[in-house]
Write a protein that binds this ligand. Structure first.
Ligand code: FAD
Length: 324
């Protein structure tokens, strides 16, 4: 029995969340007695072979084709499906990022099978998989039952810590060359416009995020200063983007970016569920809020119950003083 796992990358840059999904897949395969095969799509992904093979797969497949030079859901899905057919894969798995869910949805359509997205737990019964999965942006857990000859599912991003498996190194297979043509070239990334340089909201280790309590676009200067001192980036709530204080690309939450930084500093954010689901995987949360009863304050690891306009400059000054 073999499971085929899609490792997600962008022009050869590994999506770290994808390693967490690989760990979840390897754990599942160990419990159910399957071998994990991973697919690295495109020449650019060849550089990831060593890192990926340390995370427990039995076999690493490098999949080469000119249509895999950049992301394209049709081409990625067709390549993955053809490799899976060749292997006789009994499951296709990926991490539930936008791309992971998109590609596996295409695979499911090709195979005319069901797909279950954003699982946090999978167990096997005699004839099916029982899966607990995130719905409504993570505010609801659904128990789903999947009965299908071939299972197709994604693991919710950032819910399993990537864990290398010392001593187990995946065998490197011969390159696999799928048959791709015009039908797979309908949607392909051809060009890009860079809107943000350096650390992005999705990958920053520190996010200093502001909500309605910040009060104005200009007042975000205090958050920018603190973010810069901590090598972080600024995020915000939807109220802030609705008010036009920050661009939508800064928004954290169900309809914004999902983040999982080491430290999330929530300034004047109440902690509505639609915001919380976007940052609940932060390792530590510091809330700065005047309302001691705000959900963000009661759920945070640490809270300062005070006016953020007084707290933020004081924190920045103290950091500068300590840095000399
Ligand atoms: P508020 O809820 O108004 O909270 C402001 C907080 O600031 C309060 O806790 C207050 O005590 C505090 N405060 C005020 N003044 C100060 C001060 N001087 N110092 C310190 N604290 C102060 N929201 C998102 O953020 N992201 C999403 O992706 C998102 N998606 C949504 C999708 C849907 C379908 C819907 C219906 C809603 C969505 N929302 C989203 C909106 C969400 O429900 C909340 O309305 C929003 O998150 C609230 O933003 P806020 O915390 O900035 O504002």
């Amino acid at each position: 029995m073999s499971y085929l796992y899609l490792v997600e990358h962008d022009r050869g840059e590994l999506n770290e969340a994808s390693l967490g999904g690989l760990t979840a897949t390897v754990d599942l395969a160990e419990r159910l007695g399957a071998a994990v095969h991973v697919a690295l799509l495109g020449d650019a992904a060849d550089d990831l072979v060593a890192e990926v093979s340390e995370h427990g797969p039995a076999v690493v497949h490098r999949v080469h084709h000119e249509l895999l030079a950049d992301y394209g859901p049709d081409a990625w899905a067709a390549a993955l499906h053809q490799l899976g057919e060749e292997l006789g894969a009994s499951a296709y798995l990926a991490t539930g990022t936008d791309r992971g869910n998109e590609v596996l949805a295409h695979v499911a359509a090709k195979a005319d099978l069901a797909m279950v997205a954003n699982c946090i737990e999978i167990t096997e019964t005699a004839d099916a998989w029982e899966m607990k999965r995130l719905r409504w942006g993570g505010s609801l857990h659904e128990i789903a039952r999947l009965e299908a000859p071939v299972k197709i599912a994604t693991f919710a991003a950032h819910t399993t810590e990537p864990t290398p498996r010392p001593g187990i190194v995946g065998q490197i297979a011969q390159p696999f060359v799928p048959e791709l043509g015009d039908a797979e070239a309908v949607t392909l990334v051809r060009d890009r416009v860079v809107t943000a340089e350096g650390v992005t909201l999705a990958t920053a280790p520190v996010v200093v995020s502001g909500g309605r309590g910040v009060g104005s676009a200009e007042a975000f200067a205090a958050l920018e200063e603190l973010a810069e001192l901590l090598n972080g980036v600024v995020g915000c709530s939807r109220v802030v983007t609705n008010n036009g204080w920050r661009p939508h690309s800064d928004q954290v939450g169900q309809t914004g970016t999902v983040v999982a930084p080491d430290l999330y500093i929530a300034c004047g954010i109440s902690g509505a569920v639609q915001h919380w689901v976007g940052m609940m995987n932060a390792k530590h949360v510091l809330a700065i809020n005047t309302d001691a009863e705000a959900p963000m304050v009661t759920k945070a690891n640490w809270a300062v119950v005070a006016d953020l306009h007084a707290v933020l400059p004081a924190v920045s000054e103290e950091i500068k003083r300590r840095h000399g």
